[in-house]
Structure formats: C-alpha cells, structure tokens
Design a protein around this ligand. Structure first.
Ligand code: ATP
Length: 305
C-alpha cells in the first residue's frame, strides 16, 4: 500500500509546488502571459542568507531586445532596512521586483542578496527567502487556513493562528462559523480587499522571509483600512529587508531610504526630508500629490444641512 501511495505523495508535492509557483507569479505580475525564461545553472548551490542585504549592481534589462527598460541601475537595500522605490508610471519599479524574484535575468550587471549573485543559486532557495505582499492577492478556492498556510508547507494550526493574529485577521476568522476551515474564493466566502490583503500578510508571516517586497499593498482600500493595513505592514516588516514599490508617497515617507526611479535609472535617492530639500523630481511628485489630494478633498460635496 505504501508503494501505491508514494507516487501519489509525489504527485501531491509536484501539484503543490506548481500551484505555489503559479500563485507567486500571478500575485506578482498579474501577467500570466510572461513565460519564465530562467534556468538554474548546473550544480547551483542554495542561497545562504545571514545578512539579507539586496544590491542591484549596474543592471541593464529589457523585455524585448530592442527596448531597454533598466539602464545601468544600481541601488542598495541594506540588511534590515526599509527602502522605497518610487517614480513615474513605466519607470521600471515592478520590473525591479521581477528581477529580484529572478523571473528574468539581467542583460548585464548583477542582483545580489547577501553578496551572492541570484543568477548563480537555485531559484527554489532564492524564492524561499523572498516574500511578497502584492497589489492584488490571489486566493485559492480552498479553506482560509490553507490560504494562509500556503506560505509554507506543513505549517501547524498554531503557526497559522499566530500568523493570522500578526496580520490582524484572527478576530475575523474566529467569528466565522467554521473558523480556519471556512471555504473562501470564487466558490466560497468572498473576502473584501482589506481581508485579502491580510491573508497575504498572514501568508508572509507563515513563510517568515528575510526579504520582503511590498507592491503598493494598499492601493485599493479606503483610507481607514489603508491606515490599519499600513500599521500591520510596518509591524510585519520589522527586522526584514523591505522594498516597497509605491505610488502614493505618503505611504513611504518614513522609509530609511527612498530611490526615485526614472527611465530605468536612479534619478535621486535619500530620505524623505533630504529629497524634499533637494527640490527635484521627488519634491515635484510630493507637491503634486498634496495638491491632488487637496483637490479630491474639496470635490467631496458638503453633506446637506
Ligand atoms: P507603474 O508605476 O505604472 O506600475 P512601473 O514603474 O512599475 O510602472 P514597469 O511595470 O516596471 O513600470 O514597466 C516598465 C516598462 O516595461 C514599461 O514601459 C512597460 O510597458 C514595460 N513592460 C512591463 N512588463 C512588460 C512585459 N511583460 N513585456 C514587455 N514590456 C513590459
């Protein structure tokens, strides 16, 4: 009987691995049409992370040969620090995230984690050290417990609960009649944008990665939910090297270091205050956003007396 089940176990493992790969990609890119083009080099060692600093070293990259997107891009996210990548639409911010996960290889230059070129280590070991809280979290048609535990195989119920508490979604789960066993997704309970974000955050906590990519994690939420989620994310990114891709500058003003990306290059970098003082592109973007927010505020009609 055991012999019969071993291949089934194996199949189950393959299935879960593929599912995990698919959801990682879907989560990151919302573009399933991109083929994964990279392969492990023969005999590649595993990535070993002691101090999870991330370095982009003179990276050139484009999706198509005749259209270069990143031009000699260099920046550093020191271990345990929180950096933000901001810049105009199309500047290359999400592309940086895709290269970090090694869904593509640079044309030239290197991406390093703790001094190791990520193109030279196994993809499995690389992605085991990376977490992502995407714009739009993908949920399986499965239980909420499964959706959280998917961050790591064999997570115990106690670990799932701890992660759900950390992501501040435990009170919500507790109120569900079937708790962690509640079916969610298309065929089950529909979760709100904020609840889905929290499931994604809980997943990250179960996985416990040293490097975390936040992809404008709060874009689709109302401002109260956004504030709550931002507070949770701040807690969750404590002690991890965090790269936040942001459109709304107010969400990253407290980052240790902000890189302003323009046309695939670092145009400016520094703290929020230093960049405002510099009075360049970042200061322009900041002023424009403040003005837009003020105008949006004015556009809200006064309630009738
Ligand atoms: P946004 O702020 O609008 O999300 P971004 O700074 O994240 O923009 P990227 O998504 O990195 O920008 O895109 C950089 C450039 O690469 C854009 O010109 C985009 O059209 C192009 N691009 C992105 N994905 C692909 C792809 N799969 N194939 C070809 N070109 C792509």
């Amino acid at each position: 009987l055991a012999q019969l089940f071993r291949p089934l176990d194996m199949l189950g493992w393959v299935y879960r691995t593929i599912r995990q790969g698919i959801i990682d990609m879907a989560a990151m890119f919302s573009l399933m049409d991109t083929a994964v083009e990279v392969a492990d080099v023969p005999g590649a060692p595993a990535l070993v992370v002691r101090r999870p600093g991330v370095v982009f070293d003179n990276v050139d990259f484009g999706y198509e040969r005749d259209r270069q997107i990143l031009h000699g891009l260099s920046f550093e996210a020191p271990a345990g620090k929180h950096i933000a990548l901001v810049g105009p639409s199309g500047a290359g911010k999400s592309t940086i995230g895709r290269l970090l996960f090694r869904f593509y290889d640079p044309w030239a230059g290197r991406v390093l984690i703790d001094g190791q070129d990520i193109a030279q280590v196994t993809q499995e070991s690389l992605r085991a050290h990376l977490g992502i809280v995407p714009q739009d979290s993908v949920l399986f048609n499965d239980t909420i417990g499964y959706n959280i535990a998917y961050g790591r195989e064999h997570a115990s119920d106690a670990e799932i609960e701890r992660a759900a508490r950390g992501a501040a979604i435990w009170p919500f789960i507790q109120k569900l009649p079937q708790g962690l066993e509640t079916e969610v997704g298309e065929r089950g309970l529909k979760l709100s944008g904020g609840e889905k974000q929290r499931v994604a955050i809980a997943r990250t906590l179960v996985k416990d990665p040293p490097v975390l990519l936040l992809d404008e994690a709060t874009s689709a939420l109302d401002s109260q939910t956004e504030q709550d989620i931002l507070a949770t994310l701040r807690r969750v990114s404590e002690g991890r090297t965090t790269l936040a891709i942001a459109h709304r500058l107010s969400t990253i003003a407290d980052a240790d270091l902000i890189y302003v990306i323009q046309d695939g290059r670092v145009a400016e970098h520094g703290s929020h205050t230093a960049l405002l003082r510099h009075d360049g592109l970042y200061a322009d973007m900041w002023t424009r956003q403040l003005r837009d927010e003020a105008e949006e505020g004015e556009a809200i009609p006064e309630p009738a007396q």
